[in-house]
Design a protein around this ligand. Sequence first.
Ligand code: SF4
Length: 341
Amino acid sequence: MVIPENNLLCKVIDGKKVLAASYSQIDTFVQCPYKWYKTYVEGHRSTEKHEATSYGTVIHQTMEYFFKNGCRPSYEDMSKAFNYYADIEKIPFDSVKSQIESMQHAARLIRWIVGLFEKDAAGNYKKVWSDLTPMEKVIRGSRPAGVEEDFVLPYKLPKPLTLDGVTYDKVHIIGSVDWRGEYKTKDRTAMYTIDWKSGRKLFDKDKLLHNLQHPIYAFYIYRKYKVLPDMCSYFFTRMLDNQNVKVDKEKVERSVKELNDILLDMYDFETNKIDSYQAHVWNDAKQGYKYETRYLTGRQPACLEPRPKPLCFWCDFSTHKQGTCRYSSDWDESKRKNKKD
Ligand code: SF4
């Protein structure tokens, strides 16, 4: 396979061109390899803003402001910070309803985080320790040792990749840990990591089990601090709810295997491993969308596998946007009532 010159597979880090991938790039591949191919190999990276990512950016910036200012900003300070970042970001809300909901969610998040650290005139926390949830105890009881802590993690490829005559034996995974807290016990320092999520739903069981975001953070933390985090949490800022992942040695081994399998497919431009995909199509008889096996024109590398689903609606290449993906599902929001999705 010929790799277009304008591919986005490499970055210059410390003056050297290296193979690089962010967690979001890896996640794009997991969601739909063909979308990854169009974005990072063909170089059609989207410049269009989406509500989900823009709103998430503003929430991250607002939380960063709180923790980088010693957990002292008041409700008014935080509201001003949120409005300031939102003004710059110009979040493209999908609808007025979504905008109103998102503003309510942000206000509730701000009330919650400010309330967690609020003190009375005598200097005591207004919210007593025994009333806190386990997650709140982690946040208030730890020292925020890292806030939006950037990292570059060299990771050995399961199989070297040759691009443009240069052979790479590792990929540099680039990321940022949203929040890393440290808590000193009698004999050691316990570590926690949190990733702020701004989606409207908690992860399902499968996503929670296989999501590689916290394992990748844990690889970095282990490399830098020589310990694995005691607990890793996805904190859903719209619901003020969290899901935890324990990244112990066993989980690390499983995650390394999962990541290696992904990288093998992602950077395999030569082996024609697939000849079919699961199309997401309307079925008249069932009056709903179904997955059906369809055949590709000849065998192709795994990185070209399309994985159409309702999410195509938000993909830049879908029939609803640029129309450059011939595998796109034509599902749209009006079909949401259909439970068969
Ligand atoms: S439209 Fe759907 S199938 Fe096509 S690239 Fe996007 S997510 Fe993949």
